[in-house]
Ligand binder design. Structure first.
Ligand SMILES: Cc1cc2nc3c(=O)[nH]c(=O)nc-3n(C[C@H](O)[C@H](O)[C@H](O)COP(=O)(O)OP(=O)(O)OC[C@H]3O[C@@H](n4cnc5c(N)ncnc54)[C@H](O)[C@@H]3O)c2cc1C
Length: 553
């Protein structure tokens, strides 16, 4: 048996006392177990939560490399990982090593336990979160491997998804491997198959993030006959706040995102103006915690799931997904935010994820540590990215169309950029061309007043040139303003209020031109375009959903 780093600490592995076990027993059934029994196996889509009354259970990683023990649970402990809440397929196996008795709690009862017994739920929840973090850092993460080249945009998309979803996985970079052919052959794959995902039950060749997520059980799967109270479209800060409040206030809530949880905030290395975090907070951390909180409270978060349309049918809203599935529901909160505009340059797609990035998180920073990078854009997000990349060891050129930053960036960021000799400001400058083979190698920029062009050697270009609302999927279902944002309540012009319901009452706060459909965060016309504002709107809109459901559904 291979030696794995075993994870042991009190938060991750609390021992329940007799009264806590008795409380638990109300939700499950007692079972005898024999040595060698599997409580769950890698690949299982769902499994029960188990507390051990007598005997011993090992958590093991069973794969091509052999058999390794991740943890050993004696009597008094419970078995399970964060996937009990996220719905992710099991990647490890729980095997009984000494016979005894367990309490088995089925998934539905486990959710009821988590919402009705706060003290016990706190202990269990703390353990599940701590176990996931320990798994992410230990050898157990070898149970899920992504193998590819750091220069591959396909591999980058898979890693970004896995990182945002806080999966326990191992990244194997072919550029760092001594003998690529031998490494791949040992896993039964050819170089042409990469990027490849290897899980205990499958080898996925060239998967998209959606296929990867579907394999793990994280995407939406239709449940016939179920009509949700609330569908939240988009899980940036606004959608996550709506999910937390919706689920905590008893609404049957499903939240969908085309990419992953976090939205634009998830791509921000440091948010400095979020109340209560005087030293700033990583957008990825903030939104990952909000996602777990929503799941703990009972929301179903499914992604990647792109929503492609919305219609009304027999008094219900029907949310249409790009894969042709449909979700009937009573109310919808649209929180699809805004997407970064792309440069109007030929051949752009070729470099997306292969040198051209729309986020500056730890993942991208590590790819270009120590190299020259170019950031374009004069807003706060470009400023933050430039400062962060410089702190991570890159020499940064910041190119802007205007001569200086004063009209577009907050003063505190301008001062930091001025004081940082690793950042050079290129005023009145625009990007004209990108060059490289499989990966970006240089960028041609033009100084617009003189027309002078120069080629800058740089393996990474970060693009933050303004955003446009993600509302195309709505077609003409709801009224949009001239810029494509969604006006709500008092911002709706009288001629937009064509629904007969609005003859009886005014639109509720955050309600769009369609009763029961609400819009929050950056996608809403006139919104503040800040994380705190998006969180406030998402939370508040749930109150309007309740008011709507009380009278119309
Ligand atoms: C680099 C950067 C730094 C920033 N720094 C700060 C800061 O320091 N302080 C601050 O207050 N603000 C900051 N912002 C702005 C802040 O992040 C946004 O205001 C905030 O994220 C808006 O939240 P939202 O939920 O409305 O939308 P978003 O965060 O844009 O989330 C929208 C979500 O909807 C999803 N979506 C879109 N279309 C669909 C569809 N058809 N189907 C399913 N899902 C869909 C997207 O994938 C996305 O996840 C920063 C932004 C960036 C990019």
């Amino acid at each position: 048996m291979a030696e794995l780093t075993t994870i042991e600490d009190d938060t991750a592995f609390p021992t329940l006392d007799a009264s806590q076990l008795a409380e638990l027993a109300e939700f499950g059934e007692e079972r005898e177990v024999a040595a060698g029994d599997l409580l769950y196996a890698a690949g299982d889509q769902t499994y029960d939560f188990f507390a051990i009354l007598e005997g011993e259970v090992e958590i093991v990683r069973l794969d091509a490399d052999g058999d390794g023990i991740v943890a050993t649970h004696p009597a008094g402990r419970f078995v399970g990982e964060l996937n009990l809440l996220t719905g992710q397929r099991a990647l490890l196996t729980a095997r009984v090593t000494r016979p005894g008795r367990v309490i088995a709690v089925a998934p539905g009862e486990f959710r009821r336990l988590m919402s009705s017994k706060p003290t016990l739920a706190d202990i269990i929840f703390g353990a599940l979160v701590a176990r996931r973090e320990a798994l992410r850092q230990g050898d157990a993460a070898l149970a899920l491997r992504i193998i590819g080249s750091r220069y591959s945009s396909e591999a980058m998309a898979l890693r970004s998804f896995a990182t945002r979803a806080r999966l326990a996985f191992t990244w194997i970079d072919l550029e760092d491997a001594d003998d690529v052919g031998v490494l791949l052959a040992s896993m039964g794959v050819r170089p042409a198959d990469t990027p490849v995902v290897i899980s205990p039950t499958a080898v996925l060749r060239h998967p998209t993030p959606g296929e990867f997520a579907a394999h793990l059980g994280l995407t939406y799967h239709p449940t016939p006959g179920r009509i949700f109270d609330l569908v939240v479209v988009g899980t940036g800060p606004a959608g996550l706040a709506a999910s937390v409040y919706g689920a905590s206030e008893g609404l049957d809530t499903v939240s969908l995102d085309a990419v992953g949880t976090g939205g634009q905030a998830g791509a921000s290395s440091r948010i400095e103006n979020y109340v209560g975090f005087p030293n700033g907070v990583s957008g990825g951390d903030l939104t990952a915690k909000a996602a777990i909180q929503a799941q703990r409270l009972g929301a179903w978060l499914a992604n990647p799931c792109e929503v492609s349309g919305l219609r009304l049918e027999q008094g219900f809203h029907v949310v249409e997904l790009a894969d042709d599935s449909e979700i009937p529901c009573r109310a919808v909160i649209v929180a699809t935010g805004a997407r970064y505009q792309r440069l109007a340059i030929d051949d752009l797609e070729r470099f997306e994820g292969a040198g051209l990035y729309y986020a500056a998180t730890d993942l991208e920073a590590r790819l270009c540590e120590g190299s020259d990078v170019l950031v374009i854009g004069g807003g706060n997000s470009a400023g933050q990215a430039a400062i962060y990349l410089a702190q991570q060891g890159s020499r940064v050129s910041l190119a802007i169309r205007r001569p200086d930053l004063t009209a577009t960036m907050s003063r505190y960021l301008i001062d930091r950029i001025d004081a940082d000799d690793r950042i050079e400001l290129l005023g009145s400058t625009e990007v004209r061309a990108l060059e490289g083979d499989s990966h970006l190698s240089s960028v041609t920029v033009e100084h617009t007043p003189t027309g002078q062009r120069r080629q800058m050697l740089c393996p990474a270009l970060f693009c933050f040139i303004g955003a446009e609302p993600a509302t195309a999927w709505l077609g003409e279902t709801v009224v949009l303003d001239d810029h494509g944002f969604i006006p709500t309540d008092r911002a709706l012009a009288p001629e937009a209020l064509t629904d007969p319901l609005f003859e009886q009452r005014a639109p509720l706060p955050f309600e769009t031109s369609v009763p029961g459909v609400f819009a929050v965060g950056d996608v809403r016309s006139g919104s503040l375009k800040r994380v705190a504002a998006a969180v406030g709107e998402g939370s508040s809109a749930v109150r309007s959903v309740h008011d709507y459901l009380a009278t119309h559904a």
